[in-house]
Design a protein around this ligand. Structure first.
Ligand SMILES: *Cc1c(COP(=O)(O)O)cnc(C)c1O
Length: 363
């Protein structure tokens, strides 16, 4: 068996240890005689898996007691509609929502929100081709916004918030799909945090929502029941059948993270991994990273070959060395290395070694 270094943006690499445990437990979970996939979500076995996952996530992110953790479906894109449908009922309609436009994903959120509310783009880095995060003091927030939406890590553009912006009493909603659990955050600065699991947590199909209790219970009447945070919270994420197997794998990832020393330890590793890659990219003219240094994502590193006619040769050589999924998103071009929690530093080193080797040969 050969395990490759998988630099995919998502679904993405998972810790090998987690996959081994899942394989060992596939046919018979803890003497139950069943796979987790076959269990009733209301049985005591699955309830214990669910409760451990919730508890571990709460511990890892130090989620305060007045926040609920919801395990949903629908992905980050689903949340682009689910968030407004749950948040707008606090205001008279049509309500205003402030957005900070920092790349593709916040752009998608803006487009979807326009179905439900009046969108105010409070700040945008579009004129800089999304290579920076607009400084907080340039944001033009509305007087009476229902909430402020940001995407704290733009997976495609490779920009990441290095700060939690202060927006006063207005709830701050953050799409953290591609960097949740990669760095220490202060949950209390946010009203809502959401993220699809398939980047930094586990399999596709699970969406996490962490929401402050007072923001629950204000859904618009058009909100589907399965996505009404109040019903979901009251039913401990079991109003409808939750994505049980994805919750199980996410739970194993949470246990793995705790064994690694928790989020602060992961953050130190992620800083080291990102520095290894960016420092090399910056040391040569053969490769280019266009993102402002203080906004660079530690998780998703887009870069370009100065001579783009070499792109196909570069990717073919990478594949020969088991360095996979390095092609950039089609909207940006070039290359992208996603180096999530589960990517070991050895994988980043192997990539840097290949970058050097390729440059020696073609530079
Ligand atoms: C991947 C991603 C999404 C979309 O997730 P889906 O599960 O495809 O809906 C949304 N936001 C960000 C930041 C992402 O990286």
């Amino acid at each position: 068996m050969t395990r490759v270094y998988n630099f995919s943006a998502g679904p993405a690499v998972l810790p090998q240890e987690v996959l081994r445990i899942a394989a060992d437990e596939m046919l018979d979970w803890h003497g139950s005689g069943m796979s987790v996939m076959e269990m009733s979500h209301r049985g005591k076995e699955f309830i214990s898996i669910y409760e451990a996952a919730e508890r571990d996530l709460r511990e890892l992110l130090a989620v305060p007691a007045n926040y609920r953790i919801l395990f949903l479906q629908g992905g980050g894109i689903g949340e682009n509609a689910i968030v407004p449908m749950n948040m707008l009922g606090r205001k008279a309609q049509p309500a205003v929502v402030d957005f900070v436009h920092t790349g593709s994903w916040s752009g998608k959120s803006i487009k979807e929100a326009k179905k439900y509310c009046t969108v105010n783009v409070a700040a945008s880095s579009e004129s800089q081709k999304f290579t920076a995060i607009p400084a907080r003091d340039t944001w033009k927030l509305s007087k009476d916004a229902a909430y402020v939406h940001i995407c704290t890590n733009e997976t495609i553009d490779g920009v990441e918030f290095q700060f939690a912006p202060d927006v006063g009493d207005v709830p701050l909603v953050a799409d953290m799909s591609s960097h949740i659990l990669s760095r220490v955050i202060d949950v209390s600065k946010y009203g809502v945090i959401f993220g699809g699991a398939q980047k930094n947590i586990g399999p596709a199909g699970l969406t996490l929502v962490i929401v402050r209790e007072d923001l629950i219970g204000h859904a618009l009447t058009i909100c589907p029941s399965a996505f009404d945070w109040k019903l979901v919270a009251e039913n401990h994420s079991m109003y409808n059948t939750p994505p049980t197997y994805a919750i199980y794998i996410a739970g194993l990832v949470f246990q793995w993270l705790k064994k690694q020393g928790g989020v602060a330890a992961m953050e130190r590793r992620n800083v080291a991994k990102a520095a290894l890659l960016y420092d090399y990219l910056d040391s040569t003219d053969f490769y280019i990273n266009k993102v402002a240094k203080d906004c660079r994502s530690r998780m998703n590193v887009p870069f370009f070959l100065t001579d783009e006619s070499l792109n196909e040769v570069f990717l073919a050589g990478a594949k020969e060395r088991n360095l996979l999924q390095l092609k950039g998103h089609k909207s940006v071009g070039g290359m992208r290395a996603s180096i999530y929690n589960a990517m070991p530093i050895e994988g980043v080193q192997a990539l840097v070694d290949y970058l050097k080797e390729f440059e020696r040969k073609h530079g």
